[in-house]
Design a protein. Structure first.
Length: 168
């Protein structure tokens, strides 16, 4: 199992932490059905991937939050206030979601074979974020303007935790 990326959003919708480990692979589906160019010639998947414009870190975080926000609202409208959005899966990745009582949002992108990571995200919040960020007197309480979590102990603990849960 592979972890691609991890995000933390505060209650003001700002991305206060993001980390990428491994790039998501090109879909195996795109390798079997080759896209056609304007001239009708097949385009190689590597060429197609290189023509996609890479998103900036800020745009990537906004897109991620927009996706989570929309899915969470859709689940609540269809299922009621007691229903919760936990995860969704596409052909290339699986998104896992956990929201704390203080409305912090933890999002992790993994490969599709990964089971639900609600407990793992809760452990990251309780054992790493609370211990190294919330209890740190030098860490800001609010993160205005997207000033993020800049804590070496949190980052080292997160790396160690991810490597123990998802051994390579």
């Amino acid at each position: 199992m592979v972890v691609y990326s991890f995000y933390i959003f505060d209650r003001h919708t700002e991305c206060i932490y993001s980390r990428k480990w491994t790039p998501r692979p090109i879909s195996s589906h795109s390798k079997t059905t080759r896209p056609q160019s304007a001239a009708g010639l097949p385009v190689e998947p590597e060429t197609l991937a290189s023509t996609r414009k890479a998103l900036s870190k800020e745009d990537d975080a906004k897109l991620m939050f927009g996706t989570v926000f929309s899915l969470r609202n859709m689940v609540r409208q269809l299922g009621g206030e007691d229903d919760h959005f936990l995860s969704y899966r596409t052909g290339e990745y699986k998104l896992h979601y956990y929201e704390t009582p203080t409305r912090l949002k933890f999002v992790m992108i993994t490969d599709t074979r990964t089971n639900n990571l609600r407990i793992v995200l809760h452990q990251i919040w309780a054992n790493l974020y609370v211990e190294f960020v919330v209890k740190n007197p030098l860490s800001p309480v609010e993160h205005p303007g997207g000033i993020g979590v800049a804590n070496e102990l949190f980052e080292m603990g997160l790396d160690s935790f991810i490597n123990s849960v998802f051994p390579s």
